[in-house]
Structure formats: structure tokens, C-alpha cells
Design a protein around this ligand. Structure first.
Ligand code: SAM
Length: 244
């Protein structure tokens, strides 16, 4: 039926395309894509042939209204190159405008590198903050890290191989030397997740910038140092005098 379908696709292993995702793509009137070459490969693998249309949130003016108008009578699917659309990928403005126009918006959830990395790293998962890619420029980056420092949650960041060591060092500097995990090539042949302190990880990858796609997971800030026995006794004595 007509509307917008947000379709998650594999992040490396084509076997992760869900049956429902394949069915929705096969029935779509048009598939809005980031890169038609990347999606063509996925569609070939799934034996699907549907028309594709390039889409970015910053696509030329006419593109988004045109797509939104089509949702009134057609099934428009949105995919990105890998994983869940809208997560460090295009789509948020398309969903916003589809909702504003009163069209049905349906999600077909599936792989997401951020969540997959969280399940690998062995760090707390009860509260996490997804910070996406840090800004590339040094000043803005340091500022972004300083903002993250006070957040009492596990942090999840996306990064590329060549910048990994510098980013880990900047995180160690700005957050303190917390425990962290570097998850690489998730769902692919050389999937790995290395856990250590941020500074040790920075040293490890400084000599050998790793290939492939990377998620950094950083432990929350440590518990506040408990008060010393003397401080606790003094606080207790002070509280007792108030009671009497
Ligand atoms: N929308 C995608 C998702 O749901 O994960 C993320 C798109 S973002 C442009 C690409 C980044 O995701 C990469 O630079 C990397 O940080 C991360 N990523 C994607 N696939 C990955 C994989 N197989 N292993 C590790 N990280 C991955």
C-alpha cells in the first residue's frame, strides 16, 4: 500500500537482509537510494528489480517534494548504503515531510552498526548515547568531546580507519582513560572487537591503521570516588547534631 517504507539493509553480510525487507523492496514502486551502484548489488543478490532514485537530505530542491507527492499513491522505499537509514545516513527530512503530508510511514528494522557494536563490547548497555561521527576539524572535535565527558552513559561513535588512532587519543585526553571497545568489520569475514583502555587502543592502532569500518564504544565515567572513612564519620556526626 502507498506510503514511505524505511528499510534496513545489511552492514556487510548479505544474509542479514530480512525476508520482510526483501518483500517490501520487491513490492516498492520506487526505491530511494544513497548510491545506486551499492543498492544495485544488494537487489541483484536478492533477485529484485525495481526502479531506483538517488536521494539525500540535501538533494536538489525538487527531489524531496516529488518523492513525498508520490507517497500518496505509491510505495516509496528508502534504503541507505548499509544498515538503518537515518542513522548517520540520509532520511530524516524525508520522514519529517512524509509525516507532515499525512502519509503512512512504516519501518522495517534490521542491522545497525551502533547497536551491533554495543552487543559486542561488553560495556554497560542500560544507557547509551549515540554520537555518530565526531566533527573532522580539531577545535570542533575537542569541543564535542568535552560535551560528551559529562554524560553518564556508554558512548557509541562511528569512525574510519585512518582517523581511528587520533580519535582514540583525543577521547582519552578529553574523557579520561576509560575502558573502550573498537568493533571492526561487523558481520564480515574479519569481524573483531578489541577491548582495552582508550590510551592502549590508541597506541595499538597508531602503528597499524586498521582497514574497514569501525565503531568505537566507550565506557561511562567511573563512579564518583566514595568519601573516605573520616569524611563519612564527620558527615554522620554533623547529621546527628542536627537531629538532636
Ligand atoms: N546507517 C548505518 C548504520 O545503521 O549503522 C551507518 C552509516 S554510516 C555512514 C557508516 C559508518 O557506520 C561507518 O563509518 C562505520 O563507523 C559504521 N559501520 C557500518 N558498517 C559497519 C561494519 N560492518 N562494522 C563496523 N562499523 C560499521
Amino acid at each position: 500500500s502507498p506510503g514511505l517504507y524505511i528499510v534496513a539493509t545489511p552492514i556487510g553480510n548479505l544474509g542479514d537482509l530480512s525476508p520482510r525487507a526483501a518483500q517490501v523492496l520487491a513490492q516498492a514502486d520506487v526505491i530511494a537510494v544513497e548510491d545506486s551502484r551499492v543498492t544495485a548489488k544488494l537487489l541483484r543478490h536478492a533477485g529484485i528489480r525495481r526502479p531506483m532514485l538517488p536521494y539525500h537530505d540535501h538533494s536538489a530542491e525538487g527531489v524531496r517534494p516529488g518523492l513525498v507527492a508520490r507517497m500518496g499513491s505509491e510505495a516509496v522505499a528508502l534504503v541507505s548504503d548499509a544498515g538503518t537509514p537515518l542513522i548517520s545516513d540520509p532520511g530524516y527530512k524525508l520522514v519529517r515531510d512524509a509525516r507532515a503530508a499525512g502519509h503512512a510511514v512504516v519501518t522495517i528494522p534490521g542491522p545497525c552498526a551502533a547497536v551491533a557494536a554495543l552487543t559486542l563490547a561488553g560495556l554497560p548497555t542500560d544507557r547509551f548515547l549515540f554520537a555518530g561521527f565526531l566533527p573532522p576539524k580539531q577545535g570542533a572535535r575537542a569541543e564535542a568531546i568535552a560535551e560528551l565527558a559529562g554524560i553518564r552513559a556508554t558512548l557509541v561513535l562511528y569512525e574510519s580507519g585512518p582517523r581511528l588512532a587520533a580519535t582514540l587519543a583525543a577521547l582519552a585526553h578529553g574523557l579520561g582513560d576509560r575502558e573502550a571497545g573498537v568493533a571492526r568489520e561487523i558481520t564480515k569475514k574479519f569481524e573483531e572487537c578489541v577491548t582495552d583502555t582508550l590510551s592502549s587502543l590508541a597506541a595499538r592502532y597508531a602503528d597499524a591503521p586498521p582497514k574497514g569500518e569501525i565503531v568505537i564504544v566507550v565506557a561511562p565515567p567511573g563512579e564518583a570516588t566514595p568519601p573516605s572513612a573520616e569524611d563519612a564519620d564527620a558527615a554522620l556526626a554533623e547529621a546527628l547534631t542536627r537531629l538532636s
